[in-house]
Design a protein around this ligand. Structure first.
Ligand code: EPS
Length: 388
């Protein structure tokens, strides 16, 4: 399975094309759209999300609620484009319009793609970079991930996410999978602890007031993954490595851990590695899950636990110093409308990137022209490894 997205933040639309999905997979469009609505939410989002309503249309590949096996096209309209038709339109502007309408950006924001992208692609208007590097594109990725979640759902694999930290507020509670699902859904910041949710809101309000932004840590958990996805035999077949790469590809993500993660540095091997157990009903299991569901780049069958850190958004209402690319004089960076904190939304994006990697690894391993063929093949394999 492979996919591409296209689209600029204030352009007409976002598009995704997904190729290599099995035929005859039922897809619930409403359930997919509920994932997109989750990404739009979260305390700390700016005004843009009040303008957009991220519903989507299938342009191809789905008929009467089931996949055809042909490429699937998903299209999301940017409602805000109505206010940007001239600035972001594909037609050339007249010389007068160039002067009055273009809103040229020449003061790159530290931490954003503006400056390096401008140098590399040789643009004098940094909007030509920031429009594509904007996190708006993650809406298309969540749509692809939501399709992958339809596949995982049909295979009884569950995936969820939550926010563990915003700024200095850390949720240190221990929760079961179902508690995370329930509690994150009703928290304005997708955090399981109610009291900490309020602390996060106050922190975000304070940051907003100061014209600042804050980052945080998100967690993704996959329940009931098929064991043996990925492979130990080559670096580019290790599934944990692929997940790490996909997570870091999310705008503003800077670090990723599995299971105990960086705490492993200060924990002896006897307390890190997960002892092996066996029972007839489940087959091989582990006494603990410190390795977060991976050994040798392959899923063990234990839950996959991924933590990742998002830096504070670089667009600041109280901007840092920069340089004007025309005059080369020091200037405050451009102020663009932005979010004070997008960690809750980013947790949803992270969940969907993990779903994409997981679905891809399943489709890599098993025959999948037709969904029933895929399902039967996985069942046979699971029986074999249970009895191994
Ligand atoms: C973003 C800036 C804001 C965010 C945007 C990402 O958009 P705008 O510049 O239109 O106010 O809301 O996020 C989205 C549009 C989205 O869908 O997540 C940025 O600079 O990256």
């Amino acid at each position: 399975m492979r996919f591409l997205t296209s689209g600029e933040s204030h352009g007409p639309k976002l598009t995704a094309i997904i190729e290599g999905f099995p035929s005859n997979l039922p897809v619930d469009k409403e359930r997919m759209e509920s994932e997109l609505f989750k990404r739009q939410g979260g305390y700390g989002r700016g005004r843009r999300m009040q303008i957009e309503k991220d519903s989507f249309e299938f342009g191809s590949g789905v008929r009467h609620g089931k996949t055809l096996g042909s490429p699937i096209m998903i299209e999301l309209t940017n409602d805000d484009f109505k206010s940007w038709t001239k600035i972001m339109g594909s037609d050339p502007l007249s010389p007068e319009e160039e002067d009055t309408l273009k809103r040229v950006i020449t003061k790159p924001r530290p931490g954003h793609a503006d400056l390096v992208g401008g140098m590399k692609y040789n643009h004098r208007d940094l909007r030509n970079i920031l429009e594509r590097s904007s996190a708006r594109e993650t809406a298309a990725r969540v749509a692809v991930g939501a399709l992958c979640k339809e596949l995982l759902h049909a295979l009884d694999i569950d995936i969820t996410s939550r926010v563990k930290q915003i700024g200095e507020v850390v949720d240190e509670g221990e929760y079961s999978y179902s508690e995370i699902v329930e509690k994150a859904a009703v928290s304005s910041v997708r955090m399981a602890d109610e009291a900490k949710t309020k602390e996060c809101e106050a922190l975000i309000d304070a940051a907003k007031k100061k014209g600042d932004s804050i980052g945080g840590i998100v967690e993704v958990i996959v329940n009931n993954p098929v064991p043996g996805l990925g492979s130990h035999v080559h670096y580019d077949r290790k599934l944990d490595a692929k997940i790490a790469g996909s997570v870091i590809s999310i705008n503003a993500f800077k670090g990723v851990e599995f299971g105990l993660g960086f705490k492993m540095a200060s924990t002896p091997g006897s307390k890190v590695h997960d002892e092996i157990l066996y029972n007839e009903a489940e087959g091989y299991t582990r006494k603990s899950n410190n390795l977060g569901g991976f050994e040798g780049g392959m899923t063990t069958g234990m839950p996959i636990v991924v933590n990742a850190v998002m830096k504070p958004i670089p667009t600041l209402y109280k901007p840092l110093m920069s340089v004007d690319i025309n005059t080369k004089e020091p200037f405050k960076a451009t102020i663009e409308r932005s979010d004070a904190c997008a960690v809750p939304a980013a947790s949803v994006v992270c969940e969907h990137m993990v779903a994409i990697e997981l679905a891809t690894s399943i489709l890599d391993k098993f025959p999948h022209d037709d969904f029933e063929e895929l399902k039967q093949s996985i069942e046979q394999y699971k029986t074999r490894v249970r009895e191994y």
